[in-house]
Ligand binder design. Structure first.
Ligand code: AHM
Ligand code: MG
Length: 345
């Protein structure tokens, strides 16, 4: 060994990695999913670049419009949405698109129509943009139903039917984390090469963590099982250490940390927000798919998130996800509550 640093000449790019995974599927794989993921990568690179220079080119601040949830849109949200819609349509691989920023689903015209449907939040965690804190893009991909020409019914399906899901986190580097149903892998954007390189192969959530991630400012609205659970990890039985609190307020960043370090992330429904805050299709489903593929659990407290059948494209749901043992601990409080309710009924 000379001790000299040699560049790695066998780098595994995201495209190479997904192609090799698809190759293992044999004849079923036509390469279309790989091409669709290429389009998503390009949008992530474009958004990453714009996030980075936002302050300099005056993209920070409000665009002066409100989105379907009645929230003010940031300029970067609008831009990211436009980038994704344009790129996904032009890919020729999509039939239906659902974006957090658009009230209606987009049904792709025949000329550009492909066999995948993409649901996405182009720039999640937008309240963090002005502070330069991590934000991200979340996406989930369905295969169109057999015989369908692309309708809203193609995306009103349980998350367990998604064929791929992931997110790109824009932080100190851009990290794309992806599942195609064969585990979870993380890729980091090499800005010089302009490629996402495999840096976190086969991400597995530790079975138990030491971190909880909730917006505890809402505790006065939380239902009893949530507050009882939080109490149990902050004031554990003798001999055990309390959990640490970490809450960024960007789902992508909070879930990313949970995947890598373990612990539990929660955004429950409560007395004020009857269905919770997070959106089922393009926030809860993709993150639940990734969590399960990494060996964790994702639940509403009473049911598996991926089993929910959506009835509208922007519906919300309660979310708890993370390390298996931590989420099971929380579930016990929900189970006790339902025993109490049924017992007293
Ligand atoms: P957004 O889609 O408007 O950005 O809202 C979603 C975000 C998530 O990233 C995050 O988990 C949550 O809202 C934080 O909400 P809160 O500020 O209520 O804690
Ligand atoms: Mg969002």
């Amino acid at each position: 060994m000379s001790g000299e640093e040699h560049p790695n000449t066998n780098i595994i790019t995201l495209t190479r990695h997904v192609l090799s995974q698809q190759f293992q599927l044999g004849a079923q794989a036509s390469g279309d999913l790989t091409l669709l993921l290429t389009a998503i990568q390009v949008t992530s690179k474009f958004i990453a670049t714009n996030v980075r220079k936002a302050r300099l080119i005056n993209l920070i601040g409000l665009a002066g419009d409100t989105n379907v949830q009645g929230e003010e849109q940031k300029k970067l949200d609008v831009l990211s949405n436009d980038i994704m819609v344009n790129s996904l349509r032009a890919s020729g691989k999509t039939a239906v698109l659902v974006s957090e920023e658009l009230e209606e689903a987009i049904i792709i015209d025949e000329k550009h129509r492909g066999k995948y449907c993409v649901v996405f939040d182009p720039l999640d965690g937008s309240s963090n943009i002005d502070a330069g804190v991590n934000i991200g893009t979340i996406f989930g991909i369905y295969h169109i139903r057999p015989g369908s020409e692309g309708t809203i019914q193609d995306v009103l399906r349980p998350g367990s039917e998604m064929v791929a899901a992931g997110y790109t986190m824009y932080g100190s580097s851009a990290n794309l984390v992806l599942t195609t149903g064969q585990g979870v892998n993380g890729y980091t954007l090499d800005a010089a090469l302009g490629e996402f390189i495999l840096t976190h192969p086969d991400i597995r959530i530790p079975p138990r963590g030491k971190i909880y991630s909730f917006n505890e400012g809402n505790a006065m609205y939380f239902h009893p099982p949530v507050n009882k659970y939080l109490e149990s990890i902050k004031f554990p039985s003798t001999g055990k250490s309390p959990y640490s609190a970490r809450y960024i307020g960007s789902m992508v960043a909070d879930v990313h940390r949970t995947l890598l370090y373990g612990g539990i992330f929660g955004y429950p429904d409560d007395k004020k927000s009857k269905s919770g805050k997070l959106r089922l299709l393009y926030e809860a489903f993709p993150m639940a798919f990734l969590t399960e593929q990494a060996g964790g659990i994702a639940t509403t407290g009473t049911k598996r998130i991926l089993d929910i059948v959506p009835t509208t494209i922007h519906e919300r749901c309660s979310v708890f996800l993370g390390s298996k043992d931590d989420v099971l601990d929380l579930k016990k409080f929900y189970d006790q509550e339902s025993v109490k309710e049924n017992g007293s009924a």
